[in-house]
Ligand binder design. Structure first.
Ligand code: TRP
Length: 439
């Protein structure tokens, strides 16, 4: 069976790619990064980067994947035999490892909050108690490690048994549910006292707050949120049917991913301002904000259970797809079976996860290095691959394989060939110079 045959239904490949994209990146990372980087001006730059940089990268990854019908490393080996491009795939493995280490810690927090919600410990806390609860949680290494290990256990169980498809079936129902729940929470949040201040923070840009760091962070967040720059979307590209329109699929994923992030912002900032929580509270922002809304709504108890559970599931589906990268690599590289590869990958992720759980410094180092350095670097080489190896004609042929004419091809190719690499390169250069001479 060819890989492309795996998802015959039109929704299949897109749903899986969207399941990888939508996760903690949208609901946990986006608000806290935006909060640390000045709000609305960051949002505008983020939107700009998503359209002119991230979308072309996503289209490139999908095209490479569908053309080769293989996952990242194998795809580069097939399309550029004897060349070193497959290193992109290897750097993707490193990146998956770095991301999964802190990602599972946060996923663990969401699971722990689900537990707290179920037993009623999130109820009737005042603002200070909510903040204290998060501080206790994140500094209690035993709790962090326990819940992180549970998450890794769940992932390992699912991956070892090869039942990811089953999870995907559930998540196709559960993710829209999370989406609806977020809309309800947004409505409650914007109707709190003083909500307008939070909305203004999110939507009314103040460009004086736009620092170079903020611009760099917006680029990293755009890559992180869409799961691009590490070749995962090359694998999902290989699942896309030739009859499907790649640009349209990529665009729908970008739109879904963006809407979820925006909803997270609307859900969090009005509430944060209403309760006097600083928007630059860091990685705990979602956790110190949301329990306050649940306390102010009817059926808040049920809502809080549903929300944290669904968020944990969203995190789980993204984490599974990161974990798969490690397992497939170990299988291919060392010629071992799925079970063995899963065990090795779990042990390694738990070990590095423990370091992230224990040290906030390592946690934020991994968070920053993956999104702001590894992903943009990966994306840089992925887009270079297109003009250098594939060329204009082959890309066009791939994008038009379904019979639709690609009307915006020239613009897209221009972005891929010049704008994306130049933008990433100049941002890097800027940051290196800044770091060398300013610090
Ligand atoms: N996009 C995911 C999220 O928003 C995180 C992520 C980044 C990811 N790269 C990935 C998930 C690769 C799966 C595969 O939460």
């Amino acid at each position: 069976m060819k890989q492309q045959d795996k998802f015959s239904s039109k929704l299949g490949a897109i749903a899986v790619a969207a399941g990888s994209a939508v996760g903690l990146g949208n609901i946990w990372r986006f608000p806290y990064i935006l909060g640390e980087n000045g709000g609305a001006a960051f949002l505008l730059i983020y939107i700009l980067f998503t359209i002119i940089i991230a979308l072309p990268v996503l289209i490139s990854e999908f095209s490479i994947g569908r053309m080769a019908g293989l996952s990242a490393t194998a795809a580069f080996k097939k399309l550029a035999p004897g060349k070193k491009w497959y290193f992109i795939g290897l750097s993707g493995v490193l990146c998956a490892f770095v991301i999964i280490s802190f990602y599972n810690v946060v996923a663990g927090w969401t699971l722990y909050y689900t537990y707290l919600a179920i037993v009623g410990d999130l109820q009737s806390l005042n603002e200070q108690e909510v903040t204290q609860l998060y501080q206790q949680t994140s500094s209690d290494t035993t709790t962090c490690i326990f819940w992180m290990v549970l998450i890794v256990g769940a992932i390992a169980y699912i991956v070892a048994r090869g039942v990811q498809d089953g999870i995907e079936k559930y998540s196709k129902v559960l993710m829209p549910l999370l989406f609806l729940l977020m809309i309800v929470l947004c409505v409650r949040s914007v109707t709190l006292d003083n909500a307008s201040e939070g909305l203004a923070f999110l939507l009314n840009p103040d460009f004086s707050k736009l620092t170079p760091t903020a611009i760099f962070a917006a680029l990293g967040q755009a890559f992180f949120s869409l799961s691009i720059g590490m070749g995962v979307m090359i694998t999902y590209g290989s699942y896309i049917n030739k009859a499907q329109n790649i640009q349209r699929s990529a665009m729908s994923i970008v739109v879904i991913d963006f809407i979820v992030a925006l909803l997270a912002g609307i859900m969090i900032f009005p509430c944060a301002f209403s309760f006097g929580i600083s928007p630059d509270s860091g990685p705990g922002l979602v956790f110190v904000t949301l329990p306050n809304i649940f306390n102010k709504m009817t059926a808040g108890h049920i809502m809080s259970i549903a929300f944290f559970l669904l968020l944990a599931i969203a995190a789980l589906t993204s984490s599974i797809s990161l974990f798969e990268v490690l397992v497939s690599f170990a299988k291919a590289q060392y010629g071992i079976g799925r079970r063995k590869a899963t065990i090795i990958a779990s042990v390694l992720t738990v070990c590095v996860g423990i370091i992230c759980a224990v040290s906030p410094t390592v946690f934020s180092l991994f968070d920053n290095v993956s999104a702001n350095i590894l992903l943009p670097l990966g994306a840089f080489f992925i887009v270079l691959f297109i003009p250098i190896v594939l060329g204009r004609k082959r890309l066009r042929k791939e994008l038009e394989a379904n019979g639709d004419k690609c009307k915006t091809f020239s613009l897209l190719y221009f972005l891929i060939k010049f704008i994306v690499p130049l933008a990433i390169f100049s941002l890097f250069l800027y940051c290196i110079v800044n770091w060398l001479f300013v610090n």
